[in-house]
Ligand binder design. Sequence first.
Ligand code: F6R
Length: 243
Amino acid sequence: MKIIVEKDYESMSKKAGKILIDTIKANPKIVLGLATGSTPIGLYKELIRSHREDDLDFSNVTTFNLDEYIGISKDHPNSYGYFMYEELFKHINIPMNNTHIPHGEAEDLEEYCKYYDDLIQSHGGIDIQVLGIGENGHIAFNEPSEYLSIGTSIVELTDNTIKANSRFFGSEGEVPKSAISMGIGGILKARKIILLASGETKAPIIGKLLRTKGISTMIPASFLLLHPNVTVIVDEAAYKEMR
Ligand code: F6R
């Protein structure tokens, strides 16, 4: 695991942005794995800036998102589909057909999970996967538990995650209780992984992750230790416990 510590959220986002921009320039047909949440917004702003100022071309880029809530429509302002459109897709020249978000309203969700994994593989797999991390160590919506899913699956959100995500909804009661999420095995299939963490609330889990001696299903992000090409980019605040 390569660790990069940046001063603040802005420089963390710029650093991650540069890695992605350089890779897209080198491989315009790249397959990106994308995350939602507060953390990657600055990175997406960097991609938009590069598209506007340097003509960074997304016309051949393909994207797959990690997860989506079950029980809210894709047009709901808190759906991850809506988030991706507002924060990235509508500002760049990516054909919407090239973007993929798990379909939380699929009729047969179990069948759909298999289809989503197959779809990723039919595009040659993910070249770079962007990840955030939950305060409880979740990546995508793989929550700490005795077993972690290998492929895309339906997951129940923990109280901790519902509480953390309630900031985007009116109240905790409005946060969906379940989601479709790529599994740990799917994430580990990506050729390169970039995990971002910013702010003091992430300091305890970043400390735990970087100090852990092995893997534990109770720290889902610890499975990244099995991957040969992971870069963790954090800001000073998230790195606080390692000083
Ligand atoms: C979102 C996702 C989640 C978030 C995590 C951190 O697609 O997969 O694992 O990355 O919950 O969220 P933020 O960035 O809002 O702190």
